[in-house]
Design a protein around this ligand. Structure first.
Ligand code: SF4
Ligand code: SF4
Length: 73
């Protein structure tokens, strides 16, 4: 199996979302969806552009290394 990055080496993750519903509208990749817990970012769509990070007043979105993120769960 190849492990190389498919799109970007960076990906956004959400930790501590307050559900303000701001970030969803700024993501051009349409990677952000919502449910009762708040925002979720689809790593398959996210290109790591960090536009959503600036949008989040709660500082709940972080850009992390994609390979590092794959090691978690
Ligand atoms: S980093 Fe960019 S592509 Fe990824 S969720 Fe945020 S706005 Fe969308
Ligand atoms: S902008 Fe931040 S707090 Fe608001 S919905 Fe998005 S991740 Fe949650």
């Amino acid at each position: 199996m190849e492990h190389g990055p498919r799109k970007s080496e960076k990906v956004a993750i959400v930790v501590g979302c307050t559900g303000c519903d701001s970030c969803r509208w700024v993501c051009k990749a349409e990677a952000i969806t919502f449910d009762h817990e708040g925002a979720h970012i689809d790593p398959e769509r996210c290109v790591g552009c960090a536009v959503c990070v600036d949008e989040c007043a709660s500082e709940a979105i972080r850009i992390v290394d994609r390979n590092e993120q794959q090691g978690k769960e």
